[in-house]
Design a binder for this molecule. Structure first.
Ligand code: PMT
Length: 386
């Protein structure tokens, strides 16, 4: 636990100690060794080719409430930002390690997997018992299929899944460390929605948390299923038409803060790579301030700010020494004239048209990130650090 760290620890040692404590206390995912082997091979292959490589993190981390997990806390992210960005990075020539929440959106298949239509709706019966794409979908599907095949055949995309917050952090640390040989050619693009709170293992129940006290009586009777000794220990549930005692237990969850490892990432895990983090807020008034604060605190290279309600329409780039830069999909205000895409403050969500934007904002974000990455590589080369 972080509270175990002695109070007299010098501030410069705190991040390393918090890291040691966290990773010792929270077990790695069972596939970690396998994922590390895959990532090492993939990264070394692209490092040898002198290619740029990006680690894209995507989707939400879960917070398990039990060790044998039945229940967990989750968040809203489906992984749209990450999966879409990965496609545009591939288009820009990057090799991509896609560290994603299991079963969240994936590059290429995202166009069909979580669509409102079932993927079978894109197909029809063809001649001689074959199955083919529907005529109206065929051209687009062929386009996506070609890009997918190209990425796969040229070994440009590695998919690594995670589920919980501790899986994610173990995977992130390992992959970031493996990226060191890439130097500044490595880019970390942290779009996953990362939990801020968790249940530490020493306070986590091994088994499913019980919602009634039925088992307490059972245990007291040394595992005998006979009637509880004390009548008050009997359990009544909501379906009991005339409960004689109030319904079972409420559940109070006490969560600890998840340590922020961005500092460790910047200073230790991947000191030469360019690091891009996202900042998510819901209150437009604090977005830029929080993004700037994160940049000052962790001293990385770019924070991309976005608001939950407008994240598909606009983002703001906050980077050291540069004015804030808003990137916005062109749109017509609710049936009115074209909106001002240069405006240097958040749009009013009420002015946005219904539905999805016609342009994917990642098609604007990735070239802008790529430009900053080129400048970063140049600067590092000038400093003799490439
Ligand atoms: O999947 P979509 O629906 O497309 O949504 C995309 C998105 C909104 C999730 C994405 O664009 C985004 O903003 N991702 C970051 C969400 C997030 O975790 O924001 P935050 O403000 O809580 O954290 C800021 C940064 O700190 C993140 O880069 C995160 O990697 C890092 N962090 C967060 C928590 C934590 N315990 N440790 C961290 O290092």
């Amino acid at each position: 636990m972080l509270s175990d760290i002695p109070s007299e620890t010098p501030p410069e040692n705190l991040a390393a100690l918090a890291e040691d404590h966290y990773f010792a206390a929270n077990p790695p995912p069972k596939d970690l060794a396998n994922h590390v082997a895959l990532a090492r091979e993939f990264i070394d292959y692209h490092a040898a080719a002198g290619r740029r490589l990006v680690l894209v993190t995507s989707g939400g981390t879960t917070v398990p409430l039990e060790k044998q997990t039945v229940r967990f806390i989750d968040n809203f992210s489906a992984g749209t930002r990450g999966a879409t960005s990965a496609e545009y990075f591939l288009e820009a020539g990057y090799a991509v390690v896609f560290l994603h929440r299991q079963f969240s959106l994936l590059p290429f298949s995202r166009h069909y997997s979580h669509a409102t239509d079932c993927f079978l709706d894109f197909l029809r019966e063809g001649p001689n018992g074959s199955v083919v794409a529907r005529d109206e979908d065929a051209a687009r599907m062929l386009h996506v299929l070609r890009k997918y095949r190209d990425a796969r055949d040229r070994n440009m995309l590695l998919l690594l899944p995670f589920v919980s917050i501790s899986d994610y952090l173990h995977e992130l640390r390992n992959v970031a460390q493996l990226m060191r040989p890439l130097g500044p050619q490595g880019l970390l693009y942290l779009a996953a929605a990362v939990s801020d709170f968790f249940v530490p293992p020493d306070r986590m129940s091994e088994h499913k948390i019980q919602s009634t006290n039925a088992v307490d009586a059972f245990k007291k009777n040394n595992g005998s299923s006979s009637r509880p000794a004390n009548e008050e220990e009997e359990t009544f549930d909501n379906f009991d038409s005339s409960p004689t005692v109030p319904r079972s237990k409420s559940l109070i969850i006490d969560l600890d803060p998840v340590p922020k490892f961005l500092k460790n990432l910047v200073e230790g895990w991947s000191p030469q790579g360019m690091i891009v983090s996202f900042k998510l807020e819901t209150d437009p008034a604090i977005l830029v301030h929080k993004a700037r604060y994160s940049l000052d605190r962790y001293q990385h290279h770019l924070v991309i700010g976005n608001l939950l309600s407008t994240r598909k329409w606009e983002v703001v780039f906050v980077s050291p020494g540069n004015p804030d830069r808003w990137i916005r999909v062109p749109f017509r205000k609710n049936g009115g004239g074209l909106a001002d895409t240069e405006k240097e403050e958040p749009v009013d969500p009420k002015s946005l048209p219904e539905g999805e934007p016609e342009v994917e904002i990642e098609s604007l974000i990735i070239p802008a990130v790529q430009g900053l990455h080129s400048k970063y590589i140049q600067t590092m080369e000038t400093k003799g650090q490439a």
